[in-house]
Design a protein around this ligand. Structure first.
Ligand code: FAD
Ligand code: SF4
Length: 459
């Protein structure tokens, strides 16, 4: 073994057991494991490498040092300066291309398992009821945060910590955005989200659920009551393939499928009200995080699941660990194939997909080989299809707010600090960038909270 030791691999429940339930797959590491991992030749960690890789610049060497000393409370204090929800970011960040991707130990061995240690600290703080202190004097100014996803969570937490009166408005009956309606229980248990929102409320944030801004209240109406409005309404409108047969019964978008499973606990029908139809042989189209979540949820509901992807294994865009877990659990993959047409035996229900064989072409803007149709097709029989090919920004608020400038892709246009075309209205996260990541959206929440503070100091 090299002198920097082997990386800690968190324990997972055995695939043959976990694929039958919705309990969490990966287990939180023990205090001893976290301390050992954080101590792996700590002198290498003086460089700000992993800080650079983190979109919210978590002080990685700082919190790891405290963990290595067994001072979890101090580690937590360091972490929450940049991520108010380490138990969530530790679970869902794409660490392999973010913090761990820049870890200097990668050059001489294996990177530190930053996500696993961060998750441990976050869970430890939740279990020990460590609250986030609000010490700033009250500013006596009000901010409305629209959307309770990652960008809204961070904007609300930061503004509350600065002393603002914050009200969060959320269209759904459960807060959390994609963290609640998209990411399944087996990756991010709802009890963690619930605790994080309790903590947000303890910081003074008022959360109003079931309020659709744009219809229940318009932006001009909110501006009468609030000094500033932050829009963190995400990108939840599914893209369609626009091919023949897409309207057949048995074809769902991943959004619809996952929302039923996650928010309405359809997987517990008849204990919960929402029924869900799951086919015997399910085809999931796409290979991002959403596709993996849909595939693994369908698998848990008893289906034989195939992920169909127009590119190859090396181009799968889901987190590496989710791809690995999906394969371990028995999800099958068909690479270099794209749907050309959905077909039906009875004229109502989907029964077959005509798949076009693809081949790798020249690299595209992402640097990955462009999938090129070969002209050759083959049949894939199926009784359910879930499409997971991407999302557009949510259109309601832009449609109902003519002065709000959006670009050709429906993204709200902001300056570098998050100001929109309407004075005192700010935006961040997926509604500005298009579909991105949890931590990128959180980075926006932080940036815009600072801008709001800067602007409100002037009035
Ligand atoms: P969202 O999380 O979309 O939250 C927006 C919120 O605004 C929603 O709750 C919505 O209901 C609410 N809203 C919308 N319109 C209104 C309105 N008019 N009034 C009131 N409320 C409104 N990223 C990762 O980093 N790691 C992952 O593992 C990962 N997995 C994913 C899995 C799935 C299934 C999906 C769909 C995405 C995943 N992502 C992942 C991407 C990541 O979740 C998003 O980039 C992130 O959630 C965006 O945060 P946001 O705050 O901008 O918006
Ligand atoms: Fe890594 Fe995410 Fe933590 Fe940043 S917030 S250090 S990217 S796990």
């Amino acid at each position: 073994m090299s002198k920097i030791g082997h990386r800690l691999e968190p324990k997972t429940r055995p695939p043959e057991i976990r694929k039958k339930d919705f309990e969490e797959v990966e287990l939180t590491v023990s205090p001893e494991e976290a301390m050992k991992e954080a101590s792996r030749d700590i002198k290498f960690c003086a460089a700000p490498c992993s800080v650079r890789g983190c979109p919210v610049s978590v002080n990685v060497p700082g919190f790891l040092k405290k963990v290595s000393e067994g001072d979890f409370k101090e580690a937590y204090k360091i972490l929450i300066q940049n991520t108010p929800v380490p138990s969530i970011t530790g679970r869902v960040c794409q660490q392999e291309i973010q913090c761990e991707g820049q870890c200097v130990l990668r050059r001489v061995g294996e990177p530190i398992a930053i996500g696993a240690v961060e998750r441990f600290v976050g869970d430890w703080a939740l279990d020990n009821n460590i609250e986030i202190p609000v010490t700033a004097e009250k500013k006596h100014k009000k901010v409305a945060v629209v959307g309770s996803g990652p960008s809204g969570i961070v904007a609300a937490a930061d503004l509350a910590r600065m002393g603002y009166d914050v009200t969060m408005y959320e269209a759904f009956h459960i807060p959390g955005g994609v963290l609640a309606y998209g990411i399944p229980e087996f990756r991010l248990p709802k009890r963690i989200l619930r605790k994080e929102f309790e903590r947000l409320q303890n910081m003074g944030v008022d959360i109003e659920l079931g309020v659709v801004v744009g219809t229940t209240y318009t932006i001009p109406e909110l501006l009468k009551d609030y000094n500033a409005v932050f829009l963190g309404v995400g990108a939840g409108r599914p893209m369609f393939l626009n091919i023949p047969g897409e309207n057949l019964a048995g074809i769902y978008t991943a959004n619809e499928f996952l929302t039923r499973v996650n928010l309405m606990k359809a997987y517990m029908f008849p204990e919960y009200d929402t029924p869900i139809h799951v086919g015997k042989k399910v085809a999931v189209i796409g290979a991002g995080n959403t596709a993996m979540d849909a595939a693994r949820s369908a698998l848990r509901l008893g289906a034989d699941v195939y992920v169909i992807y127009r590119r190859g294994r090396n181009e799968v865009s889901a987190r590496a660990v989710e791809f690995k877990h999906a394969e371990e659990e028995g999800v099958k993959f068909i690479f270099w194939a794209a749907p050309a047409e959905f077909q039906s035996n009875d004229g109502v229900n989907v029964s077959n997909i005509k798949l076009m064989k693809m081949k790798p072409g020249e690299p595209d803007r992402s640097g990955r080989p462009r999938p090129v149709p070969t002209g050759e097709t083959f049949d894939f029989d199926t009784d359910m299809v879930i499409t997971a090919i991407g999302f557009y920004p949510n259109p309601l608020i832009p449609q109902m707010t003519p002065d709000l400038k959006v670009d050709d892709h429906g993204r709200v246009v902001v300056d570098i600090e998050g100001r929109t075309s309407i004075p005192h209205v700010y935006a961040g996260g997926d509604i500005v960038t298009g579909e991105s990541t949890v931590i990128e959206a959180m980075g926006w929440g932080r940036r815009v909270a600072r801008t709001i503070d800067k602007d409100l100091q002037k009035i």
